[in-house]
Design a protein around this ligand. Structure first.
Ligand SMILES: Cc1cc2nc3c(=O)[nH]c(=O)nc-3n(C[C@H](O)[C@H](O)[C@H](O)COP(=O)(O)OP(=O)(O)OC[C@H]3O[C@@H](n4cnc5c(N)ncnc54)[C@H](O)[C@@H]3O)c2cc1C
Length: 186
């Protein structure tokens, strides 16, 4: 589901109120209010400017000023949240043991299931839950390399959904663990 395409019949979010003239890219949260971590920063700023103007009309939306960049100490939008989260997730795979114990594999599976429920962008979370529940996408946790590649493939599934270029998963370890072979990270 794309940002802006707010599904008001969504069973997971029955409290979401019907939006009136939201700028494209603004997604509502469970409380029926625009959700910053589910929306692009620019769309959220446009919504904010529109609300400060006090009139929620499509004319105001169209005339909303182009969003300036948001200061770095503000709550994250969907992109910043995503970048930070992928950094954490890939870094977890990078520090995962080469031979994990069965107990650690169970804990990791449970972490991924819980993460997929708690991810603050609710519509991203729903898609991610669906992804990991499909048998062919079940987390592969038997070694660091398997887990690193699985995470790379999961990230690529989101890249594809967003129309972005796929990452070459044979290079996941250079990107997230060892640094690139050309030495530029040393
Ligand atoms: C679980 C999850 C689900 C998400 N779902 C959505 C969604 O439904 N809609 C939405 O708008 N946003 C979603 N996001 C956010 C989105 O994936 C991006 O993080 C965000 O758009 C910012 O993208 P970016 O181009 O800066 O780089 P990111 O995609 O955040 O990637 C960060 C860096 O990781 C590296 N990288 C890229 N792809 C891979 C890969 N496959 N494997 C290893 N490394 C890689 C690159 O060096 C890149 O610069 C989701 C994020 C997460 C964590």
């Amino acid at each position: 589901m794309a940002p802006g395409a707010v599904d008001q019949s969504d069973e997971a979010h029955p409290a979401a109120a019907k939006p009136t003239k939201l700028p494209p890219g603004v997604v509502l949260g469970p409380d029926g209010k625009p959700c910053r971590s589910c929306s692009s920063g620019k769309a959220f700023k446009n919504w904010s400017a529109m609300m400060k103007g006090g009139v929620a009309t499509s004319a105001v939306v169209a005339a909303a000023p182009t969003a300036e960049s948001t200061p770095s100490d503000c709550p994250p939008d969907v992109e910043e949240l995503g970048r930070s989260t992928w950094t954490l997730l890939h870094s977890i795979t990078a520090s995962y043991p080469e031979k994990p114990s069965p107990e650690l594999q169970t804990d990791t599976r449970s972490f991924l299931n819980t993460f997929a429920k708690l991810y603050p962008c609710w519509w991203c979370a729903k898609d991610f839950q669906k992804y990991i529940q499909e048998e062919r996408h079940a987390p592969r946790l038997s070694s660091r390399d398997e887990f690193g590649k699985w995470m790379c493939e999961a990230h690529n599934a989101v890249n594809v959904k967003l129309g972005k270029k796929e990452f070459d998963c044979s290079k996941w370890e250079e990107r997230w663990r060892t640094g690139w072979k050309d030495g530029r990270c040393d």
